[in-house]
Design a protein around this ligand. Structure first.
Ligand code: 5AD
Ligand code: FES
Length: 350
């Protein structure tokens, strides 16, 4: 097992079969070795600095119906909301004061926000905060739309592939969504020059080690700048309400594996990781993550952006979240920095 880990570190890749073995057969001792290697690689590129992004969840309307997601359109119990441009700008202002230099605009696939609206939002943010980066996370759009958003100032785009196994993809989503369309979007985004983020849930229903091996192979193929993973957590108003949550430990191991695959990658310690375990985000950093994404959304809507049950930080003002995370990062010897935190390409030796 140690040889596999060394080989992963050296070549930044393994075969799908080897990945599956790594996932299935790691002992606790192997896992500690993996953690050390990933931490070392993270330190080489990022030291003790953690980047932060202000997350603005600007709409929880969604035309999709993913079986795992609490804001799926069939969830009639979800209280829907949309933020206005003014609301979004106030979130950014507060964020700027708190030291955020990246805003992540995330929402369901809400057609009430036209491309013109998104363009307007990007332009307004860039005009007022030219030193900030904009990350969009608003799902599948046409090449043309992505192009317009880019021209309007969007720098990065988050779109998790969710699972790279066709059959598994179908078991998580209704017919209207397909893995091939999702992948096409990711390639379009890359071609347009976005810093692209993808990722998947750990322990989603029907996921096998082979599925995860395919996720890792797809990540290698795509070469994203960012990879976000978090444990699957059930939401009480979805078809997956009775499935068990994903494994905390496996999520940490996968963060480490992804760090070894993409040494210079931007890897968040996600909110889902902080939800499944009180020290999840701190541990995420110790296993190779280097980004945290606290919530900047107005407190009055926080609870409504409920993708899964018991989501953390829903009652806290942005300033509290920021201070809380600063403390948490300090507790594992890291500090949050005020910087855009762009992806820096790096040429690795063959
Ligand atoms: N548990 C964990 N993560 C979830 N997401 C959506 N629903 C859940 C859930 N029930 C993740 C998806 C999506 C991201 C915004 O949140 O991976 O891409
Ligand atoms: Fe909105 Fe899945 S329910 S993207």
């Amino acid at each position: 097992m140690k040889e596999l880990i060394d080989s992963l570190k050296r070549n930044r890749n393994l075969s799908p079969e080897e990945f599956a073995i790594l996932i299935k057969e790691m002992t606790e001792e192997d896992a500690l070795y993996l953690k050390e290697q990933a931490f070392e690689v993270k330190q080489q590129f990022y030291g003790n600095k953690v980047f932060t992004r202000g997350l603005i969840e600007f709409t929880n309307y969604c035309k999709n119906d993913c079986y795992y997601c609490g804001i799926r359109k069939s969830n009639l119990n979800a209280e829907r909301y949309r933020l206005s441009l003014e609301d979004i700008m106030s979130c950014c202002e507060e964020g700027y004061r708190l030291g955020f230099r990246t805003y992540v605009l995330q929402g369901g696939e809400d057609l009430r926000f036209s491309d013109d609206d998104i363009v307007k939002i990007c332009q307004s943010i860039k005009e007022k905060f030219p030193d900030c980066a904009i990350t969009l996370s608003i799902g599948e759009k046409s090449y043309e739309s992505y192009k317009r958003f880019k021209e309007a100032g969007a720098d990065r785009y988050l779109l998790r592939h969710e699972t790279a196994d066709e059959e598994h993809y179908k078991s998580l989503h209704p017919e209207s969504l397909s893995l091939s369309a999702r992948k096409q979007c990711l390639y379009n985004l890359k071609e347009l020059g976005y810093q692209v983020g993808t990722g998947f849930m750990v322990g989603s229903p029907f996921q096998t080690a082979e599925c995860i091996a395919k996720d890792l192979a797809f990540i290698k193929e795509l070469e994203p700048a960012m990879v976000g993973i978090g444990p699957f957590l059930p939401h009480h108003d979805t078809p997956f309400k009775d499935y068990s949550k994903g494994s905390y430990e496996l999520t940490l191991k996968l963060i480490a594996i992804i760090r070894l695959m993409i040494p210079n990658g931007l890897i968040p310690a996600t909110t889902a990781l902080g939800t499944i375990h009180p020290k999840g985000r701190e541990e995420g950093i110790s296993w190779g993550a280097n980004v945290v994404m606290p919530n900047l959304s107005p407190v009055r809507v926080r609870k409504q952006y409920e993708l899964y049950d018991n989501k953390i930080c829903t009652g806290d003002e942005a300033a509290e979240c920021r201070a809380c995370l600063q403390r948490r990062m300090l507790s594992v010897g890291h500090e949050i920095v005020t910087a855009r935190g762009d992806f820096i390409p790096y040429i690795f030796e063959a």
